[in-house]
Ligand binder design. Structure first.
Ligand SMILES: NC(=O)CC[C@H](N)C(=O)O
Length: 449
């Protein structure tokens, strides 16, 4: 088999192949041309870009492990640029739902990650190789269902080993309608995502075992991507309701809020349950309203404070309807706290903008520094967009930054009685370093400052 583009050109007949390659000037082909050896998974894309098919190769055979589907493979992770990763399917069968492929570095809490509604429109690659070993239960969930479009893992799922396991991850994924693929080189995949940005991808796990790779590549490639997509509206609750469940503990499980000291209206853009539990445990009566709630819908509950939740998609798209409501809440002088998408929406409401990060932050081990104190917290994160600090007006203070890439992680505006963070103080999964922020919010409500 040829190993380099030069060798390929040679074997395909020199000048003609060289001419075709020269005409293809995509970023990807430039990269392949400068690369020494061509990794096997790039071959279909290289050939497609040059206008040849695998049959044009000498002997008409594919490089090992490329189109030749390994016997044991029952699923394929197909990237929009033509890369194909074969593996073993689990969970729900899928014809292939296009999505953004991202990776999460969390070592524990895969069930909470998979049910975080902020993953809507995304396939999650777990960098930790052993996923599924503690099974699944009915408590470690952040929403009733999963809005993710699949998961990619390295090792086969083993039999669950935990006293809390009610079933295996495979069966739970099937019930959630989640397609999974195991046996993928997740280190190579993660490097691809890290170096080139999050690609379009899909997981094909066909019930009939038939793969039309060309059609799958085209479907992944033609997906428009998350930029400009308002997904909060799709995952939000549709009815206003009260939330009373408090945080879990090992002895008594979840509790109930019975004696609230403050009333908080929480706007649900795709909220994780542990945020509401944290607010309830901090002494709040939590009234949850849909993402599209107007200022009137929010203020008629006479809240002591307003909370803006996390959520999926592009904050700029959700801002179109969320910002007018947030501005009216700020103008009414009601204290406001936002997390993740809520942080990004607050920034928009204050006059700022957001942009898509080249590398998203996903996992439970993200260091964040509080600028005023220099204090560092290890935080749980899941975001692909960020607040553009240069866009913020003068009365907005930057309070936190990422120690990974220096991007914004928190803002506050004293005059408007609001603050927000890009990370997840409710953890779930992750460390509880930042949990004190719920106390900061209720202190604001108590003092009326
Ligand atoms: N967890 C979140 O709220 C994510 C916010 C937004 N969808 C982003 O990707 O940046």
């Amino acid at each position: 088999m040829p190993k380099t583009i030069a060798e390929l050109i040679d074997r395909l007949g020199g000048a003609e192949a060289a001419a075709r390659l020269t005409m293809v000037s995509t970023e990807a082909v430039r990269k392949w041309r400068s690369a020494g050896a061509i990794p096997a998974r790039h071959w279909p894309a290289v050939l497609a870009a040059t206008g040849f098919s695998l049959q044009d190769l000498p002997g008409g055979s594919a490089p090992d492990g490329v189109t030749a589907r390994p016997d044991a493979a029952t699923a394929a992770l197909v990237l929009g640029d033509g890369q194909v990763f074969w593996g073993k399917g689990f969970g729900a069968f899928s014809a292939g739902m296009p999505a953004e492929l991202c990776f999460s570095t969390g070592m524990t809490g895969y069930q909470e990650t998979l049910t975080d509604p902020s993953f809507a429109g995304q396939i999650i690659t777990f960098t930790f190789p052993h996923i599924g070993n503690v099974g699944a239960n009915g408590e470690d969930i952040e929403a009733a269902t999963s809005f993710a479009r699949g998961l990619v893992i390295n090792r086969d799922i083993t039999a669950p080993s935990s006293w809390r396991a009610a079933e295996g991850l495979d069966r739970w994924c099937r019930r959630m309608g989640l397609a999974g693929i195991a046996g993928v080189d997740t280190r190579a995949l993660t490097r691809t995502i890290r170096d080139d940005g999050p690609p379009n991808a899909l997981i094909a796990f066909p019930q009939d075992g038939q793969f039309d790779l060309d059609a799958l590549v085209a479907r992944a490639r033609d997906w428009p991507g998350l930029a400009g997509m308002d997904l909060a509206r799709e995952v939000s609750c549709t009815q206003t309701h009260e939330w009373t469940e408090t945080l879990w503990d090992r002895v008594s499980g979840f509790g109930r809020q019975t004696a609230p000291r403050h009333t908080v209206v929480a706007v649900d853009f795709g909220a994780k349950r542990n945020i509401f539990r944290s607010l309830a445990s901090a002494g709040c009566r939590v009234i949850v309203v849909p993402a599209t709630a107007s200022a009137e819908d929010i203020l008629r509950h006479r809240p002591d404070g307003v909370f803006l939740s996390n959520g999926p998609g592009d904050p700029a798209a959700t801002a179109v309807y969320a910002v007018p409501a947030i501005r009216s809440v700020l103008d009414a002088g009601v204290p406001l706290f936002g997390i993740c998408l809520g942080h990004q929406l607050l920034a928009h409401a204050l006059g700022g903008t957001t942009y898509k990060l080249a590398r998203g932050h996903r996992g439970a081990n993200q260091p964040v520094q509080e600028i005023a104190t220099g204090k560092v917290e290890i935080t749980s994160q899941n975001h692909g967009f960020a607040v553009d600090e240069a866009s913020l007006p003068a009365d907005v203070v930057v309070t936190h930054r990422s120690l990974f890439d220096g991007s914004n992680e928190g803002i506050a505006c004293a005059a408007k009685r609001c603050f927000s963070v890009q990370y997840h103080p409710e953890a779930s999964p992750g460390p509880s370093d930042a949990h004190h922020l719920f106390g900061r919010f209720t202190a604001m409500l108590a003092k009326g400052v």
